[in-house]
Design a protein around this ligand. Structure first.
Ligand code: SDX
Length: 434
């Protein structure tokens, strides 16, 4: 495609057009300011591409999500989380040898250094697990200084295994700490998800077995959360990586960004919204009315999406999964009935239809977590476990270039024009004049 021409102050400027694999088009404005003196302004970056990436593709209008070109529906059906992690990080589905090597690395790196384990004693018992997770992941660089800035493929593989394995242990230990229960250590013969659930829910004095349907459900949830282009937390990981910060610090920053209720924190907020409706505080119609009220900052949690202007393909899979898990566990939850009623009303309401607001990945995930006993404040933690391979893949892609380019957006200044310093004795008079 040829360049595009921009006419500014009767002068024409040409800018190259970048075309993606799926024919997405981007105007390369890297020389805009140098040539025209103008910058662009795009709060929230809804129209701005920060990079070219070969990891994940979404098409919001068609509800498409593909990891390295493979549709999420096929991965959900045929793959598992560890295979998807390798696909995202290395760009191909792992061979048997790669898979075995990575699985052994996960097993051998499941424990936390005793020094790191003692950090839990410093947190209040009711500390939010996302605060602990972000802090503990950042602290990993103190125990693995060399792997904090991995360069060779083997170093990246080891660092990825350390993170993906230990995020599970940190999650389980923070859950145990909140309940005053002893830490449970992983078993080498257990799979990734089995060990996560075993370390969280087993107790030393009684037998515990992970039901295969629950194991598969959690594995599937982690696959669905594994990556999603340049979302807020992934962009944060890339932004931090661009300064040359280490992998653990970048991931820790991603965890912090994911915690927000407009992002991964929505999984917890969505359940709290359904619980409030269930408590009778307000009914579904009142919530919908509040969500539509421009004067009210309330948003329907688990609804809407910056990219998807169609049903989030992950929400479609999670909705079906929630029903299957409830059936297998013979579990009833009024919150599912409320969620289905909320979705039904919203999807037939002109306000939501005009704005193309559909349930997103966070609308149904919490119902499944509830059914398997995961507490609300750990829903974003499970989101982080799933998203970790995506973050690592993006850190690798962002730093995999021969010259690191620090991310440093511009701004349009709207503060006071030049003014002089006001000595203390003149200030109150000066301020009252303003
Ligand atoms: C995730 O980016 C990703 O890929 C994220 C994610 C991932 O995998 O990483 O998919 C995970 O974060 C999913 C989103 C989870 N967040 C929530 O469920 C929180 C509730 N949703 C909204 O806050 C909102 O939809 C966002 C934040 C998700 C998207 O916000 P945008 O793109 O900035 O959209 P917007 O706020 O500009 O909304 C456009 C219009 C507005 O109305 P008008 O001003 O045009 O009249 O839609 C309205 C909004 O008021 N709107 C909503 C709404 N979401 C948007 N109104 C009521 N309820 C909502 N949920």
């Amino acid at each position: 495609m040829k360049d595009i021409t921009l006419k500014i102050d009767n002068k024409e400027f040409k800018f190259p057009v970048v075309i993606g694999t799926e024919n997405e088009k981007g105007i390369d404005i890297s020389k805009l300011r140098a040539e025209t003196g103008y910058i662009t302004l795009d709060p929230g970056y809804a129209n701005t591409g920060s990079c070219e990436s070969s990891i994940t593709y979404t098409n919001g209008e068609k509800g498409i999500l593909r990891y390295r070109g493979i549709p999420i529906e096929e991965l959900a059906q045929h793959s598992d989380f560890i295979e998807v992690a390798n696909l995202l990080i290395w760009g191909t589905l792992p061979t048997k040898v790669m898979r075995k090597r990575f699985t052994d690395l996960l097993t051998n790196n499941a424990l936390l250094h005793e020094g790191l384990k003692h950090h839990f004693e410093g947190f209040p018992f009711d500390a939010h697990p996302m605060a602990m997770l972000s802090a503990m992941v950042n602290a990993l660089s103190c125990y693995h200084p060399v792997l904090a800035l991995p360069h060779s493929s083997r170093e990246i593989e080891k660092a990825a295994a350390i993170l993906i394995s230990k995020i599970r242990t940190i999650t389980a230990f923070s859950y145990k700490m909140s309940r005053g229960e002893p830490f449970i250590y992983p078993k080498p013969e257990f799979s990734y998800v089995e060990n996560l659930l075993y370390m969280m829910f087993s107790l030393p004095h009684e037998p515990y077995e992970v039901r295969p349907e629950v194991k598969r459900a959690v594995d599937l949830i982690l696959i669905l959360h594994a990556d999603h282009e340049q979302n807020c937390s992934t962009s944060t990981v890339r932004m931090v990586a661009s300064s040359g910060a280490n992998l653990f610090a970048s991931i820790s920053a991603g965890i912090a960004a994911l915690w927000g209720h407009l992002h991964g924190g929505a999984s917890q907020a969505a359940i709290e919204m359904l619980e409030e409706i269930h408590s009778g505080k307000m009914d579904v119609k009142q919530y919908i009315k509040m969500a539509k009220d421009k004067k009210n900052s309330f948003r329907l949690m688990g609804f809407g999406h910056r990219v998807y202007k169609n049903y989030d393909p992950r929400a479609r899979i999670l909705k079906k999964l929630s029903r299957n898990v409830f059936k297998v566990l013979k579990y009833k939850d009024h919150l599912l009935d409320i969620a289905l009623e909320l979705e039904e009303i919203a999807l037939n309401d002109p306000y939501f239809i005009e704005r193309k607001l559909y349930p997103n990945v966070d609308f149904y995930s919490g119902l499944i977590y509830r059914a398997i006993g995961v507490p609300k404040n750990m829903f974003p933690v499970f989101f982080a476990i799933g998203r970790l391979p995506g973050w690592i893949a993006h850190w690798k892609e962002a730093t995999d270039i021969n010259r690191l380019q620090i991310a440093r957006p511009r701004q349009i200044y709207t503060g006071p024009a030049k003014q002089s310093y006001v000595p203390m004795d003149k200030r109150s008079a000066a301020i009252s004049k303003n």
